[in-house]
Design a protein around this ligand. Structure first.
Ligand SMILES: Nc1ncnc2c1ncn2[C@@H]1O[C@H](COP(=O)(O)OP(=O)(O)OP(=O)(O)O)[C@@H](O)[C@H]1O
Ligand SMILES: N[C@@H](CCO)C(=O)O
Length: 325
């Protein structure tokens, strides 16, 4: 469960007095997520008719200095029709606050649910939403380095060191071999833009086959644009344990992206390598967390081997089957 920082209800109620948001009616810690502490707030609302908000307290991986980038990005995307949550300003126009000793923001609540077993229709909608996001991101002036790029993966692997093999025998060697492969094959000349970089099903809110919200932009950064589709592919097109690849979902995801944005022949040719990079990125962050999260922590650790299985699949896959013909 991801509530690292517990805030008493009275403190949240006092915090809300800075905003035109009404008084607190209820505050519930949200179990999903592993990065930040999130609360779902119900308030009497600005006009007394009731309103919901998300209260986020930023924890370990989010640097407070990056928050203006995320706020500006969501303003830009929202103004161009993307369904992304707004950061709410208090009466003085401030959006970034401190609460319980942490940076904190009040955020627009969006309706919808995160699917756990996407249908091809839902995968198609996610591909379209990602393509629309990439179109909307054109012209955005901000930029942010991706700390989880190839040099960042080397750094994480070095930190895990000998502990890899406590997760699975031989994992350290497999990671080293994959990094060597990517050092040689990672594309250097594909178009770059601001990307979401973590568009897992739990970061897409849906009603049926309609996307109602894209959330959790805290890994968004400037990197190879097609890598964002590779991340989405590795997140949406496999069973949870990574043991089964769902070709129909993948073809639908690719068709949705193609309809809204599309890949150039160069991006398509590099796609298998980008997918290998994505699988390694999530293997590494999960392995690092696995090794460094105390067994009695409240947060559920995510299985690194689910992304080793994806990596094994990508390393052997026929490129044509990744996004359908
Ligand atoms: N703007 C929003 N509107 C509605 N629900 C939201 C919103 N933001 C977050 N949530 C809910 O809170 C949960 C956790 O949010 P989020 O994914 O941002 O957390 P996180 O700790 O950064 O997670 P992750 O592990 O995916 O990085 C989401 O799965 C969703 O249920
Ligand atoms: N989406 C990530 C967690 C946040 O980066 C994962 O499933 O490992």
């Amino acid at each position: 469960m991801a509530v690292y920082t517990h805030v008493p209800a009275e403190e949240i109620d006092a915090f809300l007095t800075r905003y035109d948001a009404g008084r607190l009616v209820s505050a519930k810690g949200i179990a999903e997520g592993v990065e930040n502490s999130n609360y779902l707030l119900e308030t009497t609302g600005p006009d007394g008719s009731g309103h919901r908000y998300i209260l986020t307290l930023y924890e370990k991986r989010v640097d407070e200095g990056d928050l203006p980038f995320f706020m500006d990005l969501l303003d830009h995307l929202g103004a161009r029709g993307c369904k992304v949550p707004r950061f709410i300003a208090d009466r003085e126009g401030k959006r970034l606050q401190q609460l319980a000793g942490r940076p904190a923001c009040l955020i627009e609540f969006l309706t919808g649910i995160s699917v756990t077993e996407p249908t091809p229709g839902q995968a198609r909608a996610a591909g379209e939403a990602l393509g629309a996001l990439h179109r909307a991101a054109e012209g955005f002036a901000g930029s942010r380095r991706n700390a989880l790029d190839l040099p960042g993966w080397h750094g994480l692997a070095a930190k895990c060191g000998d502990d890899f093999d406590t997760i699975a025998p031989g994992l350290g060697r497999r990671v080293a071999e994959e990094l060597a492969f990517l050092d040689t094959h990672w594309p250097g000349d594909l178009p770059r833009s601001v990307i979401h970089a973590d568009l897992f099903p739990d970061n897409v809110l849906m009603l049926g086959e309609e996307v109602t919200g894209l959330i959790d932009f805290y890994f968004s950064c400037t990197d190879i644009r097609a890598y964002d589709l590779a991340v989405t592919h590795s997140a949406w097109c496999f069973s949870h344990d990574g043991g089964a690849f769902f070709a129909e979902r993948a073809a639908a995801l690719g068709a949705g992206y193609e309809a809204a944005h599309g890949l150039s022949p160069e991006e398509r040719a590099a796609f298998p390598v980008l997918c290998r990079g994505s699988a390694l990125r999530f293997l590494l962050t999960r392995a690092y967390d696995w090794i460094n999260t105390p067994a009695d922590a409240l947060v559920t650790r995510k299985d690194p081997l689910a992304f080793l299985r994806r990596l094994d699949f990508y390393a052997k896959a026929d490129p044509a089957e990744l996004l359908g013909a």
